[in-house]
Design a protein around this ligand. Structure first.
Ligand code: KG4
Length: 338
């Protein structure tokens, strides 16, 4: 008998539901919330309310697209954390209610495991997946971590940011340039036509495999502040070069720690994940590095870089196979490590 898992993701501002059968993706529906754009960031209270409006239609659509009925499901996997507590409560309560109603197991998933294990989602029977152990560089709005993935259940953080995440660096610098939130995709687009060598911003000197992005943010802010004093139109006239130089610096910082991590561990497979892994320059830089180093690169499809329930269903599938079921009394958690 096949294992049919419904995944539910509601950790931030995307309501998503997905169905996988034995690791093969049948549907992945995502409703993104536009309401936050006017506020320059995610407003937690609004996010929870929109999840409440979206969750039933999103789950229904995921089942419809998968061509399955809820009575066919083997388990419900949901994101328990980390994330915004109010948002997590919506997905958690819905998943619990559905599991109780259908009398099937509930499987709680760490959102970060989901990002790492998204590389195991297969859309076709013959899709390949990474070999353990591998390194996953997880870069999002909240995390920048180098993770040694020994198995779906055994992950070790080799290095992580001591202050801001890479996505925050993109978003905060973009804000200084007057770009809308989230700024990462705007920087990516502008950088395509810019000169990445035009401006230099400071890079951190941190021992080991840890990251820091707060110095870069300050250096970017001061560069713009001083230049605008001389020329009030400086930012408007240099958008593409500023974006390209900023993106280049962030990628260099990320790669400066990925290289030794791969060397030290001797892994043969290297993956990236999280929202920032959608960045064109970063994807190319990682692919080029892996080519040179003779290791296999795993660059996720863009639809699996941002928050999605397919990765939750996938991580849930691994736990389901081990009969690691969740507890109906468990509450979501806003913060948790990998
Ligand atoms: O994983 P994610 O969707 O959720 C959070 O952790 O919040 O990551 C969101 C982050 C944001 O900082 C966003 O600006 C960044 O991912 N991002 C990008 C790109 N697409 C999303 N950063 C750079 N280039 C992109 N194309």
């Amino acid at each position: 008998m096949s294992d049919l898992i419904l995944g539910i993701e509601s950790s931030c501002d995307d309501t998503s539901a997905a169905v996988i059968r034995d690791g093969l993706l049948l549907s992945n529906v995502i409703a993104s919330q536009k309401v936050h754009e006017a506020y320059g960031g995610v407003v937690p209270e609004l996010a929870s309310r929109v999840h409440q409006q979206n969750i039933v239609p999103v789950v229904s659509e995921a089942l419809r697209q998968a061509g399955v009925g809820k009575e066919d499901l083997s388990a419900i996997a949901y994101t328990r954390g980390p994330g915004l507590l109010g948002s997590l409560h919506v997905g958690t309560s819905f998943a619990k209610g559905m599991a109780i109603g259908l009398d099937i197991p509930l499987v709680d998933v760490n959102h970060l495991h989901g990002h790492v294990l998204s590389h195991f989602i297969r859309e076709k029977e013959d899709d390949e997946v990474p070999e353990f152990p591998f390194i996953c560089l997880l870069v999002s709005g909240g995390n920048s971590q180098i993770v040694l993935v020994k198995s779906p259940f055994d992950m070790e953080i080799l290095g992580q940011t001591i202050d801001d995440a890479a996505g925050e660096a993109f978003d905060k610098c973009a804000k200084v340039m007057g770009l809308p939130y989230p700024g990462g995709p705007h920087i990516d687009r502008l950088a395509e036509s810019g000169d990445q060598t035009r401006f230099r911003f400071s890079k951190p000197h941190i021992a080991g495999l840890d990251y820091s992005f707060s110095g870069l943010k300050t250096s970017f802010l001061y560069t713009l502040r001083d230049a605008v004093r001389e020329d009030p139109q400086f930012v408007e006239n240099n958008m593409a070069d500023l974006a390209a130089s900023l993106q280049h610096t962030i990628i260099e910082i990320l790669l400066d720690k990925l290289r030794p991590a791969v060397r030290q561990t001797g892994v043969r497979h290297v993956a990236i994940g999280g929202g920032v892994s959608a960045n064109s320059g970063f994807r190319k830089a990682v692919a080029d590095f892996c080519d040179e180093a003779g290791v296999r690169a795993w660059i996720p499809a863009r639809k699996f870089t941002t928050d999605n329930a397919a990765m939750v269903a996938m991580a849930g599938y691994f736990k389901f196979k081990r009969k690691e079921f969740g507890d109906l009394g468990s509450a979501p958690f806003a913060r948790v490590s990998i």
